[in-house]
Design a protein around this ligand. Sequence first.
Ligand code: GLU
Length: 418
Amino acid sequence: MAEELNPFKIAQAQFDEAAEKLGLEPAMREILRWPRREYKFTIPVKMDDGSTKVFHGYRVQYNDARGPNKGGIRWHPDETMDTVRALAAWMTWKCSVVDIPLGGGKGGVTCNPKELSNGEKERLARGWMRVAARELGEHRDSPAPDVYTTPQIIAWMIDEYEVIVGRNHPAVITGKPIELGGSQGRGDATARGGIFTVREACKKFNIDPAKATYAVQGFGNAGQFAATLHKEVLGGGILVAVSDSRGGIYCEKGMDPQDIVKWKLENRTVITYPKADKKISNEELLELPVDVLYPAALENVITQKNAANIKCKISCELANGPTTPEADLILHKNGVHVIPDFLANAGGVTVSYFEQVQGTYNYYWTLEDVRKQLDEKMTSAYHAVYDMHKEKNVHMRVAAYLVAVKRVADAVKLRGWV
Ligand code: GLU
């Protein structure tokens, strides 16, 4: 049978397995396997050539039993209601696994940002906010950046929101530039949080991260910072490969992460980087025998087709949904330690939560404070999941679901919804 690749069907299947193991009653399963609310918008945008183009946008509020909905907005050509639903479900489990008082949401626009001018992006950002604003608010639902939505896009959105409500209102959206009430440390928080979990995992497996080889698949925000922070935070490491949507590069003796990031920013791709041994494909990168692999791009890159060839010791999933359920079983059988997405990449939303707290009382923390608090959250979440993985003898993703779903189900129960 062909493998299921619809992200929302995958998210539901993952949830169903956890619900079964937790023995949740039927009504609890039903409420937790669907979003509570979903919105579909049309967004007319005046294009630079004078025409009007209508974009399709989404916002899904998956579950707010533990706190207001929270989650990013993704701009991508393949965005659909089902990808947004899946990402909103994963946000719910993500906020729960790191134990922050927020629920899960996600938004998106089907578009190709690489084909939009800056002016068109600004009008699209403001247009999305105009249709979505009435459903948002820090006590209701609060967006943030995701794939292809930059701090500048977030800046236009907060400005539009504040024009609509007629006052300053920083906590409604996170990932803002520092000048507009953003938090210190939000920029690299997703990768930094993942690096903290890798540090803890390395202790469990007696791997010295300073000597470990590593490879990064995907070179957006999370991938670029994973490349540099592995070295900075873990005291070394050998970066043997990186890739972006155009392909990858490999160098056996290791490459300088800062230098590749600089190259990427100046040349828009890593594949022309001159100091590598050779070019490789994204698929080849995933199959390298490295100590730590960072899948940091999009969904469904590790499937039943290539899972048996994955040779890393630790896979730290900075992307959302990179591994299918069939692949999970194969990786587990082959002894690959997966730090699952909604645990590994929870650093972003954790610092988003800190940003909301700071914005609400209008007092801002130092970078040192943010990083320390992030470390505490990520470290205790990793150990909660690892302990569950050992105690119940289940793979790490199931363990993460058991920890996260139980907390949301307890909140649903206490509210008397079920
Ligand atoms: N989009 C990010 C994620 O998938 C961050 C969400 C947020 O900060 O609210 O976790």
